[in-house]
Design a protein around this ligand. Sequence first.
Ligand code: NZQ
Ligand code: ZN
Length: 388
Amino acid sequence: MEDFRFNNKTDIRFGRNRIEEELRPAVQQFGDRVLLVYGGQSIKRSGLYDQVKGLLNGLSVTELPGIAPNPKIDSVRDGQKLAKDNDVDVILAVGGGSVIDAAKVIASAKFYAGDPWDLVINASERTKLAQVPVVDILTLAATGTEMNYGSVISNPETHQKLGTYGPNSPAVSFLDPTLTYTVPANQTAAGSMDIMSHLLEQYFDAAGANDVSKGLIEGLMRAVIKWAPVALETPDDYDARANLMWGATMALNGIVRSGNQNGWTVHPLEHELSAYYDITHGVGLGILTPRWMEFALNADTEALFARYGRNVWDLRGDDDQMVANQAIEATYNWIENLGIPMTLPEVGIADEKNFVAMADSAVSVGRLDVVPYVKLNTGDVVSIYKAS
Ligand code: NZQ
Ligand code: ZN
């Protein structure tokens, strides 16, 4: 096990309609000038927007609508200006991971004189800045951003989609599973895949003997595997939505990464797909994950793949290689049954012209030749893209 520091101060308010009593005081503890950040039409259609506006009645609320999936740096620039011009005390983010990710970077950018893209490229500088407190109401179970320090921001001009982190995780996160009843099937599937991928990235880790992490992850994976199909079948099943929501948060709030080396692989590969083709993050992960597994399985790794097969998929048998292969097949089938397209051409990536540039960038951004459980060079990444 590696040394680690674990420090997370996010105040989680989990359950049905807690915002009715708790939103206003949660926001107002930081002041009366609020920047309300949200995405497209989903919170207007569901009625959540009207409810939130009613609850904040009398406070000074400035709005930043239109945060797109794979949030773009231009939205962060707009938010920086609004946050400075209105000297906001607190940011309220209402939406999925994209909205909350953008809000967290805007929270830093208020205290930065230059272009916020600098804060994405250079996160260690960002952690030295102050940050406006972020309160959020999560509407989609996937990223874990509601309880972590990270954000992922895209720059379409440079074909970059990069992770950054700030000095704080959100101050208060409202997790109401009923708010995810309206998430469409394709986003429910993609979100569930994202949770599963976060768990896999931290399970297949180069640190030795971290049975605490592995055991926690195995339990969380079993929960996602069980409840994602239920949420797809019955979108208003509370138990399914609740398990996915808390599972998403637990998968990436820092607990299961503690003691790991934390070299991720499939995420850097996927971020290149989203950067070049603006595809849904969880869909890209669904396509790449089984191909990465096939690539990564070898004599050195088969024992861990077999453990995954036995403890997560209930596979039996003494032959590690056989169980490992069955585990990869089970993973593929689960993803396919969620309704996720399983090849790159199906999501419009029909030629290979950008594969080398994407692979080069993935290796350098993710330090894939140094940190992961199975190290990859540019040629390895290209072959995974080609197999997808
Ligand atoms: O824009 P609106 O109208 O709100 O619609 C959104 C959007 O179109 C819709 N949606 C959200 N909640 C809904 C809903 N529709 C109906 N009912 C609801 N309750 O869903 C669509 C996707 O939303 P988005 O926020 O983009 O999804 P997600 O939460 O999966 O976030 C994905 C982004 O997070 C990044 C991804 O790369 C991607 O940019 N990630 C962030 C991480 C982090 N901060 O720790 C880690 C992850 O690995 C990931 O990279
Ligand atoms: Zn992810």
